[in-house]
Write a protein that binds this ligand. Structure first.
Ligand SMILES: C[S@@+](CC[C@H](N)C(=O)[O-])C[C@H]1O[C@@H](n2cnc3c(N)ncnc32)[C@H](O)[C@@H]1O
Length: 297
């Protein structure tokens, strides 16, 4: 925004100017981005901006806001700039080491909670590829008591963020975190569980051109891409799952509509029983649920 000694940059003018600027820069959430950044710079709730429209912010938050506006206009996600994202009505710390939690992943939590209703207590759950810990922490907050959650990730940096989020939401002592490859990250001889949940990487290198440039530039490659086809990690997850599931246990995972048919085939060729695919709010095939009917080998 232009700096001028004669211009009074009220909150209202700042929001209007920044929204226009973000629109021109190609943001499809320009007003929201402007509000989130300004509220964070002023250390207030977004809603409070509306009761302070005529106020002219002091120099320090204004300087911070200007710098953030430049970063956002250059394509950096708002969540990385302010350092957090809301997920399942909880605030999660995010850094460039973790995927920014997406709204469609909240449906994984909903499906997991639904599945938990059919299991005896204490319910045992594994979250594979926990990233910021959003699924594991949201489940822990909802289940409240009588559950055990283990969470795995290949990235030590992501696990550090997940641990911080679990502690911030006071479930740090209820989730165990393990570094390593999918379910193999768990200690040998781990007790089988009722439920495995995952939002694994599922974008194929062959469809990389269809992914937004800012997503590829700012979010971790290892959280997005899974081999050439996009199903390579899901294939291994489905192969490993029977060894870690109790009879009657379930596997709930997120995928994209592009790979969902292949995921159904992968489950069909495994010892798991395909149950159903659920659509997201946009009507896209997003979540696959399978069960394990046989006794573990
Ligand atoms: C799509 S992100 C999901 C993160 C988080 N669960 C969410 O929903 O926002 C996938 C996560 O899986 C992790 N990951 C990738 N390959 C993995 C592997 N082979 N074993 C364990 N975790 C893996 C990535 O580091 C990343 O944190």
């Amino acid at each position: 925004m232009p700096e001028s000694p004669t211009t009074q940059w009220s909150i209202q003018r700042l929001l209007e100017w920044t929204t226009d600027y973000f629109n021109q820069a190609g943001s499809d959430s320009a007003r929201l981005d402007a509000e989130v950044l300004l509220a964070e710079a002023l250390q207030c709730q977004r809603i409070q901006l509306y009761t302070r429209f005529g106020e002219v912010p002091p120099v320090e938050p204004l300087t911070r806001f200007r710098a953030w506006v430049k970063r956002r206009a250059a394509g950096e996600p708002v969540a990385y700039i302010v350092g957090y994202r809301e997920f399942y009505s909880l605030r999660f710390k995010v850094t460039p080491d973790v995927l920014i939690p997406r709204p469609e992943t909240e449906d994984v939590v909903v499906s997991a909670l639904e599945a938990c209703k059919g299991f005896p207590k204490p319910v045992r759950i594994i979250d594979v590829g926990t990233g910021s810990g959003c699924i594991a922490v949201a489940l822990a907050k909802q289940l409240k008591s009588d559950f055990q959650i283990a969470a795995t990730d290949l990235s030590l940096e992501a696990l550090a963020v997940a641990r911080e989020n679990a502690a911030a939401h006071e479930v740090g002592d209820k989730i165990r975190f393990y570094e390593g490859d999918l379910l193999e990250a768990l200690p040998a001889g781990s007790t089988p569980v009722h439920l495995i949940v995952s939002n694994p990487p599922y974008i194929g290198r062959r469809e990389a051109d269809t992914v937004e440039e800012d997503v590829k530039k700012y979010e971790p490659d290892s959280a997005l891409f899974a081999g050439e086809q996009g199903t390579e990690i899901i294939l291994r997850l489905v192969e490993q799952a029977p060894r870690f599931l109790l009879p009657g246990g379930k596997l709930v995972f997120e995928a994209s509509p592009e790979v969902m048919e292949s995921c159904i085939d992968i489950v069909g060729e495994s010892p798991l029983t395909f149950e159903k695919v659920l659509d997201d709010l946009a009507g896209l095939k997003r979540i696959l649920i399978a069960s394990y009917e046989q006794a573990p080998a």
